[in-house]
Design a protein around this ligand. Structure first.
Ligand code: RP5
Length: 177
């Protein structure tokens, strides 16, 4: 439990089996020193707990909720229906799944918005939460800008290495890892 600041993001998932796919959100929030809480709440297995969680989220001090679920994946949509906070959805897809989680989230009817990330896109969910929170936090904006600069620098470095060593060497290096 590296996370100590007051939780301002709620990361929820439909099952403990979703934890591996959702870890990117927690790791991203840790990198930006953002407080969060993690809960297993299900739209169909624990519907009352989920409704209570979403309804009380704003008054408990949360600013954003990230919700990940697989299968028919009602979690994010139901959460958004019970709160006025922004809800970011991570549709979870396993090898034996189709794209049902993605479709059920991205096709929310007008009136209840969800910010739906790519399938298993929990890192981007974390980053999107950071962008939302940085709207009112100059320190966080500074951290986000540093992050994008570092990302750009590593892209430039990768291109320089490619130009120097050639694509065959880079490919064989990455295949041998
Ligand atoms: C969804 O059903 C969960 O979000 C999970 O992705 C999927 C399977 O859950 P388990 O049967 O592994 O608990 O509600």
């Amino acid at each position: 439990m590296a996370n100590t600041p007051r939780p301002i993001v709620g990361v929820i998932m439909g099952s403990g089996s979703d934890l591996d796919m959702m870890a990117g959100a927690m790791e991203t929030l840790d990198k930006f020193v953002i407080g969060y809480e993690v809960r297993i709440l299900s739209a169909h297995r624990t519907p009352d707990m989920l409704a209570e969680y979403a309804r009380s989220a704003r008054q408990r001090g949360l600013s954003v909720i990230i919700a990940g679920a697989g299968g028919s994946a009602h979690l994010a949509g139901v959460t958004a229906a019970h709160t006025t906070l922004p809800v970011i959805s991570v549709p979870i897809r396993r090898d034996n799944h189709g794209h049902e989680a993605l479709w059920s989230n991205i096709k929310m009817p007008p009136g209840v918005p969800l910010a739906t990330m790519p399938e298993n896109g929990s890192v981007n969910a974390g980053l999107f939460a950071v962008r939302l929170l940085a709207l009112g936090d100059a320190t966080l904006l500074d951290r986000y800008e540093n992050f994008t600069q570092q990302q750009t620098a590593s892209g430039v470095e990768a291109d320089q290495k490619l130009q120097t060593e050639g694509w065959e060497a880079i490919l064989s290096e990455s295949r041998s890892r």
